[in-house]
Structure formats: C-alpha cells, structure tokens
Write a protein that binds this ligand. Structure first.
Ligand code: FES
Ligand code: FES
Length: 151
C-alpha cells in the first residue's frame, strides 16, 4: 500500500492507504479526526466539508492521492480553542440540534466568509444551500453566518 504525506491542521502525517481512499476515511479512520462526518458519500450533503487550500471541499469526493501537498483544515483545526468567529456565532445563536451536520456547516460558512465578508441574506442562503441539515436548522444557520460576518 502506498504512503501519502498529508498536511492536516498544520501537522504532517504519513498515511498508508489505497490511492483511491476518500480523504474523509483517511481523516476518520487513519488519523482519528472524527469531527468530519460521513453523510451521503456522494458529494450531496456537505457533512464531510473540510478546507483544502482554503476552499470548502467535500472530503468524500477527494481521493487521498489528490490531497498530497495541499493544506487541509478540519473542524478540529479551524481554531485552537473553538473560538473562530463562526464558532462563536454558532454558540450565541445556539444553532445545533442533533449536531451531525454542524462541522460541515461551519467549515462551509467559514470558507465563504473569507470570500464575502459582508454577505446579504440571499448570498448566505446561496453559499450554504449545499449543506443539508436534517433537523432543518436553516434559519439559525443563516442568522449565525450573518452574526459571524459582523465580527
Ligand atoms: S458525505 Fe460528503 S457530501 Fe455527503
Ligand atoms: S443539526 Fe441535526 S442534521 Fe443539522
């Protein structure tokens, strides 16, 4: 089995894996970063979203062989103490219900706000629409993204 050198949350990891193993499984099963969730496995729900070179990326669709040399950030690495502005806004608004989709939502929102620091409500909805929440916390998610944009 080949070895892949990955940079995740500013640390280096040498991981033995099949070259087509999705990054999601590498994170969860090889490195024990289980904050990133499996939802659909086909790029449709957003639960597995991480940052790859700063861009929100579905880790279920990215093969480990494609991830070498890229800067990968998971929810565990978004901030040192869980105090990224988006995480703070999530707490203020009390967004999570079951919580399953929340890491993906936060990773999508935090990447989005880097590209648009003062979004309108419709821009927030457009940016977040690919992240499914089975608890339908969409109004709270929108409110929290708006609040984070003001920080
Ligand atoms: S698990 Fe990756 S998009 Fe659903
Ligand atoms: S909070 Fe339950 S799926 Fe989103």
């Amino acid at each position: 089995m080949p070895t892949f050198n990955l940079k995740i949350n500013n640390k280096s990891f040498a991981v033995e894996a099949d070259s087509d193993m999705p990054l999601l499984w590498v994170l969860r099963d090889k490195i024990n970063l289980v904050g990133t969730k499996f939802g659909c496995g086909i790029g449709q729900c957003g639960a597995c979203t991480v940052h790859v070179d700063g861009n929100a990326t579905r880790s279920c669709l990215l093969q480990v062989s494609q991830a070498e040399g890229m800067n990968i950030t998971t929810i565990e690495g978004l901030s040192e103490h869980g105090d990224h502005p988006v995480q703070q806004a999530w707490k203020v608004v009390d967004v999570p219900q079951c919580g399953y989709c929340q890491a993906g939502q936060i990773m999508t929102a935090s990447a989005f706000l880097k590209t648009n620091a003062s979004p309108s409500d419709s821009e927030i909805r457009d940016a977040m629409h690919g992240n499914i929440c089975r608890c339908a916390a969409y109004n709270s998610i929108q409110e929290a993204v708006k609040l984070a944009s003001k920080k």
